[in-house]
Design a protein around this ligand. Structure first.
Ligand code: SF4
Length: 411
């Protein structure tokens, strides 16, 4: 059951209460480079990004925001550290939300109060972001990982339990993060400002989970979930899936960002995959493919990867399966809107549970994509299945009898 939060708006996107859990990302371009930033935001829009954040380290970046905002279609969030003057300029430029950590603003509360006044005047939202790294945790974390050995009076050696110490430290750190966030919120509330979402990020999924859980027991402000500095594509996707998955499955979280050391366009599909796996959003392709094994009769790995890649911009909810053989293939394929189950050098194509036809392996891509396209609105169909069909094939020929990589027999 989703936790009941109050609802705020970031531009046209509702966050909190019963609004869909929104997916956001952050540009890697220099914000002052308007062309590159707008181009990257357009690519993010194509893969379903609903909110976008940009870094504003200097005035020249703040001054670029108005032009960027004019040329994009999703709400724009400015990420500000230290200088409240940058936040004030960003707000003047027409952004939809400002992200700050009041703890690192020069002149702290005084600066926050000026930003709040500007947000109120323009009717825009604010994210208060508290990161574990900013809660002077580093020394303590180093300490907690050190095993301590103590000689008791009776001569027995006693070792600390590092896992238990880490748990205690995590709880302590999470509590300090939550207290900080609540303190900043109280500053805003004294100014009668409530259009706020909160994030409590950490690069440790368990610390973030602990902080978000504790916060949600004590406040109903909507939460922006994220595991910060999560890592590269695989590492970051796994950490985010674990951390965000634990929270979302408990009804905590109103908007999410998956942080990856990768192109931001890669973050958005991971976020949607997390939400689809928990049945919280159904936007885009639910993709099922088997890992393949010694029973496989088609090159399922390449076919599956190629089909998934070509469907990456589809936003219509659709279920597609690519399976390697007759053991699980027909079952999974039948449950899909479009499914392919491999056989010897050929595959059976299913549409909504019905067998449509058998296709030779050099036509797998064409057959699957054509069938998917027939279920999509025209603008998406055109992107995945161009006029004239798909001429490419995916993968090498393989059968158990003939082996891998022999050429495809033409009939
Ligand atoms: Fe192996 Fe067939 Fe299962 Fe794929 S569907 S993993 S090929 S048994």
């Amino acid at each position: 059951m989703r936790r009941k939060t109050r609802q705020i708006h970031v531009g046209k996107v509702a966050i909190g209460a019963d609004a869909p859990i929104a997916v956001q990302s952050m540009c890697t371009t220099y914000t002052r480079d308007i062309e590159s930033t707008v181009a990257q935001i357009h690519r993010l829009e194509e893969v379903g990004c609903e909110l976008v954040r940009v870094a504003v380290p200097e005035e020249v970046d703040a001054l670029a925001l108005g032009e960027i905002k004019k040329r994009i279609h999703i709400p724009l969030i400015a990420d500000i550290h230290y200088k409240h003057s940058l936040a004030l300029e960003a707000i003047r430029q027409g952004i939809d939300c400002v992200r700050i950590n009041p703890g690192n603003l020069i002149n702290g509360r005084k600066s926050l109060e000026q930003i709040v006044a500007a947000c109120k005047e323009r009717g825009i939202a604010m994210r208060i972001g508290v990161n574990s790294g900013s809660i002077d945790a580093l020394d303590q974390r180093a300490q907690m990982q050190r095993v301590q050995v103590r000689l008791r009076d009776d001569g027995v050696l006693e070792r600390t339990d590092p896992a238990e110490m880490r748990r205690k430290e995590r709880e302590h750190l999470a509590e300090r993060m939550v207290n900080k966030a609540l303190e900043y919120l109280s500053w805003c509330e004294e100014l009668d400002f409530h259009e706020i979402k909160v994030s409590l990020k950490s690069s440790s999924p368990l610390t973030a989970v602990e902080a978000y859980r504790r916060f949600s027991e004590r406040s109903d402000y909507p939460l922006h979930l994220g595991i910060t500095e999560a890592g590269t594509l695989v590492t970051g996707a796994v950490k985010s899936a674990v951390g965000l998955g634990m929270l979302l499955s408990q009804g905590i979280g109103d908007t999410i960002r998956v942080s990856l050391s990768a192109e931001p366009e890669e973050e958005v599909p991971v976020a949607y995959e997390i939400l689809r796996s928990l049945e919280l959003r159904n936007r885009g392709v639910t993709f099922v493919s088997c890992p393949s094994c010694g029973r496989v009769e088609i090159d399922v790995i390449q076919v599956a990867n190629e089909v998934e890649r070509r469907l990456s911009k589809v936003q219509t909810p659709i279920h597609v399966a690519v399976m390697g053989c007759v053991v699980n293939g027909p079952g999974e394929s039948r449950d899909a809107d479009v499914g392919l189950a491999g056989g010897k050098g050929r595959g059976v194509l299913f549409r909504k549970g019905e067998v449509i036809k058998t296709v030779p392996e050099d036509q797998f891509l064409d057959a699957v994509l054509k069938e998917v396209a027939s279920l999509l609105p025209e603008h998406e169909a055109k992107v995945i299945y161009p006029e004239g069909g798909i001429q490419d094939r995916a993968g090498v020929h393989r059968t158990r009898v003939e082996g891998i990589g022999v050429s495809v027999a033409k009939s």
